[in-house]
Write a protein that binds this ligand. Structure first.
Ligand code: Z5A
Length: 208
């Protein structure tokens, strides 16, 4: 049984973390060994980088710095967690990955996607997620949910237009590569979204 690399994406408050817990439980019930992880983060060094990226000590950090830190955390994550887990036949569930760089640093902040593609090829080689679930929710709904949960991090303080650009990049990427991406309407009750996630995972299991 070979491992699969599944990433979960979407805007703020889309419900990724909520649904990932269910995804792990479901896949484990089917006998898969699952590694649940996140970006930026997922390793001790990566979590330190995450604190730099999300905290407010370095507000106004240069876009190149922000992007390279995302990829520094990702390189460590790939080397220490993702590649070994896949090689051992585990299923890796990752809360955000390189699609988030295209969406946030690319769409949100205006970094040309060609630059991101260079870093993607360098850090990942040929490795890409096997499946990416994109949880889509109107920006206002997602921000309201995220705001209820915790104080705003460095990204959540951005204006609405920033999040609209992010959403547009995700929708564009889904449209360009329907084989790898599945989009879910996340503006529905948790249980409804969960039922659709289960159907998608069951379909994916049949293909593997
Ligand atoms: N980032 C980047 O810029 N570039 C990159 O390359 C990468 C990341 C990898 C990570 O922060 C930040 O890093 C992120 C992008 C940037 N931007 N920010 N901020 P994070 O991991 O802390 O943030 P997040 O990924 O956006 O997660 P989130 O805000 O926690 O959202 P979520 O995981 O999608 O949602 P949730 O925690 O499951 O749910 C949020 C709340 O809504 C919670 O109270 C739930 O109970 C509730 N919820 C969930 N689902 C529903 C439904 N269906 N209905 C009603 N309420 C719900």
């Amino acid at each position: 049984m070979s491992g699969q690399f599944i990433t979960v994406e979407g805007g703020e408050g889309a419900g990724k973390t909520t649904q990932l817990a269910f995804m792990r439980e479901y896949l484990e019930q089917t006998g898969r060994r699952v590694v649940l992880t996140r970006e930026p983060g997922g390793t001790p060094l990566g979590e330190e980088i995450r604190a730099l990226l999300l905290g407010h000590r370095h507000d106004g950090m240069a876009l190149a710095t922000e992007t390279l830190l995302m990829f520094a955390a990702r390189a460590e994550h790939l080397e220490r967690v993702i590649r070994p887990a896949l090689a051992a036949g585990h299923w890796v569930l990752c809360d955000r990955f390189t699609d988030a760089t295209y969406a946030y640093q690319g769409g949100g902040r205006g970094l040309p996607p060609e630059r991101i593609a260079i870093l993607e090829d360098w850090a990942q080689g040929a490795l890409r997620p096997d499946l990416t679930l994109v949880f889509d929710v109107p920006v206002a709904v997602g921000l309201e949910r995220a705001g209820r949960r915790s104080a705003a991090d460095r990204f959540e303080r951005e204006e609405t237009a920033f999040f609209e650009r992010i959403r547009a990049v995700y929708l564009d990427r889904v449209q360009r590569n329907p084989d790898r991406y599945r989009i879910l309407d996340a503006n529905r009750p948790v249980e409804t979204v969960r039922a659709e996630v289960q159907i998608l995972l069951a379909e994916w299991l049949e293909r593997c």
